[in-house]
Write a new protein. Sequence first.
Length: 353
Amino acid sequence: MGEVDPVFIQDLEHRPKLTVIEAEGIPLIDLSLLNSADAISDGSLVSDIGDACKKWGFFQVINHGVALEKREKLEKAAREFFGQPLEERVKIRRAEVRVSGYSNAEHTKNVRDWKQVFDFTLQNPIRVPASTHPDEKQVVEWHNQWPEYPPQLREACEEYAEEVEKLCFKLLELIALSLGLPADSFNGFFKDQTSYVRLNHYPPCPAPELALGLGRHKDGGALTVLAQDDVGGLEVKRKSDGEWIRVKPTPEAFIINVGDIFQVWSNERYESVEHRVMVNSEKERFSIPFFFNPAHYTIVKPLEKLTSEENPPRYRPYNWGNFFVTRKSGNFKKLDVENLQISHFRIPVSQPL
Ligand code: OGA
Ligand code: NI
């Protein structure tokens, strides 16, 4: 076993098993119907998506309409960027409490992740609250930072993001329909979206049984659309029994998961599911998640149409922007703000008198 800095070592109970369970995987959904005339009205596609969201919180999509060249162009540029010497990469190091630029010091639940990242937001700049305090009304702007090398990285990022954003809106409509709502029910929240894309590089790790590329977590936003390469390592916690299940790479597919915001909007009909990333001792791995997030001023709460007297709201309303900047700031200060979970806003079930 190689030497690994203790900051990367997971507590015993969270260490990965190196033997992978080859179980029934997350559902695979073919979106080719979306490009045909009666597209979205097709009931089976909508119900397949609804079933996947309920049972797994995760699914993969193929024939999704995102041009493969765009993805490949970005994968190539990412490889080139991360292949540079550290002194080049850190020139665009992410400033504290920001979302854009380079970082090799990501922590999840206070344990360091075995990876490096580059982040950029879709809209540039994005506007977010100046502080983590909900009463603070001041808003600041976060701007993207681009490296000099490789010169085509910026264009590759922007073109890719534009394509995947279209897919996000299609998924948003399908998910709305699957909840029995009009297709455009969620679109309005994404007018001034705070979405961002992350390039992840997981280098080979001498102790894959002790460390994780990314510790267990739930995504805080609305939806995540992830491109993973052919190495594999993503694991999803199966809802039925809590086992960690490996997501086998499917060429050209995207992995979709609903985040915390959908858990709240749907009043828990759909849950945000825990996942993590294993590393391996030989191969490096690249992945590209697109985090589809609403405007900073969005007040997240269960949709009225999805609650009733028998099914009262299970969450208090919260401000997305404050939640977002609190999570971002905690990662730097290594405070335990991963404890800022949506469970914090959960309304206790009232006791019978
Ligand atoms: C994430 C994530 C998975 C992966 O960045 O939130 O879950 O495979 N990434 O990199
Ligand atoms: Ni995630």
